[in-house]
Design a protein around this ligand. Structure first.
Ligand SMILES: [Cu+2]
Length: 639
């Protein structure tokens, strides 16, 4: 599933790459008189570099008109392209194969890079250079290995010097899907890496070809009648097992690479080089320095101890500080909810905080809670990918009476572990919910039953106590309202309204758990799962009273909740009814995480009166004020 703009770009890119590769392959086998190894070199490199591979092929290697390949490919830069192509084709294939395997094995990134270097070098040297090019170079396999070692070493060093930092920085950037071979992004990073590697390896390859240390482009024609007519010398040249590169090393570059394939059974060929030992040593040392920088420098900024398995293809929020010390756990904690795990979508009309039905079993009220990933509309044009109980945000209201025996069966349909804590309740310790402290976390697909007797009454709530920093911030919370056994203990009002607060972070179609740290700051705010102007309107008449139960389901922020049109009386705090003599009047009350306040407000004048957070930023939607506000705002319409 395509979930980010880059995914669409990559689909187009790989379509172009596939078309380019098909064209190069077709042209190679129809029109290009060059050895099989070079044909496949260009085909592979075009697969990796897409249209850039095609461009190199057309500009440097594609025979412009029949019989012109020899002359066309003779310029040194084209020979350098040819040399780089068969280096890159071999090395990159080894690197990419190794990257797929190391990612699947879950090796840390630093080890990935080393394995990839060794695999690229081995594949390039032992298979592509020595085996596939054997027919061109003549001699035995091990002679070729020996001969190819130094130029292949230098070329591979530069190749990896370009490819390693690209892989490190792009794979471990914001979108960690780049570390997963099952994601298009992984292949996109590989493509950019190959392009960078090619660019760095090219200058060295030009020099290596010029000094007769490496092969460039070659032409290999079957001795047809047409060829003989066009170029009578051709047959003679074939017979002589001529490898012009060798000749050319003493005569200038223009002759490089012509007609160098010997027929089978020939004696082979020895390249002659005029490069001096200091020259080769200097280039080798510089290539090693470049390799060292390319492999090691990214460790200054990135945590190369992470593996694909550690970060599991997560997408990070913009602005999160990720450095060489950032652990994988922190990344997974802050990552976006995976839109591909959404199991149901709900429109703006869907409401949370619905009374949760129960069934009686031997005098016990039995409830079912099933957290899962859903898409939930908080505004007409804004949906969040949320973790939700029973497809509701807030989760369904558990409404019971003091003295009730309850059992709540929790079935975890989330992609991660969970538990439920019954905030403020007096209950058996193993029913309290803290993961790893009173119970093992409920793993995905597993269930757990909570059972207790409600001895208290008032306004309570429930929320996860396994990774609440992430999972509560993604939407897991719900009200637990307990009526007093004796109705006279209730501080009654004409209307009863529960307010559950939450902050959200929604960017570029992804929902991140908001939290008070870099990258986690919220940009949407909801009351009962909706942002103003999509919040409910409370309707009442002059003289009536309204009981508002503020519940601090908000995770990382404190909201000074204010009601217009006169003060309210604070009658309960954290579920405990305040004695009449201690109740107090106020018009703003700080609702911090976990806190509850029951307040009674009397409608004294007709009109539209607001309940809202007094931090103005919390009454905006993505920093925009619409219809007089946004976010944490509810209208009381008094007639
Ligand atoms: Cu606020």
């Amino acid at each position: 599933m395509l979930i980010q703009p880059i995914d669409y770009f990559l689909v187009v890119w790989f379509a172009i790459a596939a078309a380019s590769t098909l064209y190069v392959g077709f042209d190679q086998y129809r029109n290009n008189p060059e050895p099989v190894v070079m044909k496949w070199g260009f085909i592979l490199v075009t697969l990796y570099m897409g249209p850039l591979g095609l461009l190199l092929y057309v500009l440097a290697d594609k025979e412009p008109r029949p019989g012109e390949h020899e002359a066309f490919t003779s310029p040194l830069w084209k020979q350098g392209v040819g040399s780089t192509i068969h280096c890159v084709a071999g090395d990159a294939t080894g690197i990419i194969l190794a990257a797929v395997i190391t990612a699947t094995l879950g090796l840390p990134m630093w080890l990935d890079l080393i394995v990839e270097y060794l695999a690229g070098f081995a594949f390039g040297l032992f298979i592509f250079q020595s085996l596939f090019m054997k027919s061109m170079m003549g001699g035995t396999y091990w002679e070729n290995v020996k001969k190819s070692f130094l130029p292949e070493f230098i070329s591979m060093n530069f190749m990896m010097a370009g490819m390693a930092p690209v892989m490190s920085f792009l794979m471990m950037g914001r979108d960690m899907r780049a570390m997963e071979p099952t994601e298009l992004l992984f292949w996109g990073v590989m493509s950019i890496g190959v392009i960078a590697g090619f660019t760095l390896a090219f200058p060295a390859n030009v020099w290596l070809v010029a000094r007769g240390l490496k092969h460039g482009l070659m032409t290999q024609r079957p001795p047809t009648v047409e060829t003989e007519r066009r170029e009578p010398l051709a047959k003679t040249q074939h017979a002589q097992v001529e490898m012009q590169q060798a000749d050319a090393s003493g005569h200038g570059h223009h002759e490089h690479g012509h007609n160098m394939a010997p027929p089978k059974g020939s004696g082979g060929h020895h390249m002659q080089s005029d490069a001096t030992t200091p020259q080769i040593t200097a280039l080798g040392v510089v290539s090693l320095i470049a390799l060292g920088i390319g492999m090691a420098a990214p460790a200054n900024w990135l945590n190369l101890r992470l593996s694909a398995r550690d970060v599991g293809g997560v997408i990070m929020p913009q602005g999160m500080i990720m450095d060489r010390d950032t652990p994988a756990d922190a990344m997974r904690d802050m990552a976006a909810a995976d839109p591909r795990l959404v199991t149901a979508s709900y429109d703006l009309a869907a409401k949370g905080d619905q009374d949760l039905p129960f069934r009686m079993e031997n005098g016990v009220k039995v409830f079912e809670l099933k957290p899962s990933v859903i898409r939930w509309q908080i505004l007409p044009n804004v949906a969040v990918d949320a973790y939700a109980y029973n497809g509701q945000i807030p989760g369904p209201r558990i409404h019971i009476r003091q003295g009730d025996k309850v059992r709540i069966n929790v079935t975890n349909n989330l992609p991660e572990e969970t538990t439920i804590h019954w905030h403020g309740m007096i209950l058996p310790n193993q029913m309290d919910g803290p993961a790893e402290i009173t119970q093992a976390p409920i793993e995905p697909g597993q269930s757990y039953s909570y059972e207790f007797t409600a001895t208290q009454h008032g306004t309570y709530f429930y929320h996860p106590h396994a990774k609440p920093d992430r999972t509560q911030a993604l939407g897991l919370y719900g009200a637990l309202i307990i009526d007093p056994a004796n109705p006279a203990d209730e501080v009654a009002a004409d209307h009863d309204y529960v307010i559950e607060l939450q902050e959200w972070l929604v960017r570029e179609g992804l929902t991140y758990p908001s939290m008070p740290m870099d990258g986690g700051m919220p940009n949407f705010f909801t009351i009962n799962g909706k942002a103003y102007p999509s919040t409910e309107t409370i309707r009442m008449k002059v003289g009536e009273t309204l009981k508002v139960r503020f519940i601090g389901t908000n995770n990382g922020f404190i909201h000074p909740m204010h009601i217009h049109g006169g003060p309210f009386e604070v009658v309960a705090r954290d579920g405990e009814t305040i004695p009449a003599s201690a109740r107090f009047l106020a018009d703003t009350i700080n609702v911090g995480p976990g806190q509850r306040y029951d307040v009674i407000w009397k409608a004294q004048r007709p009109g539209k009166w607001l309940i809202h957070c007094h931090i103005p930023h919390h009454t905006t939607n993505n920093n925009v004020e619409e219809k007089g506000g946004g976010g944490l705002m509810v209208v009381i319409d008094v007639s």
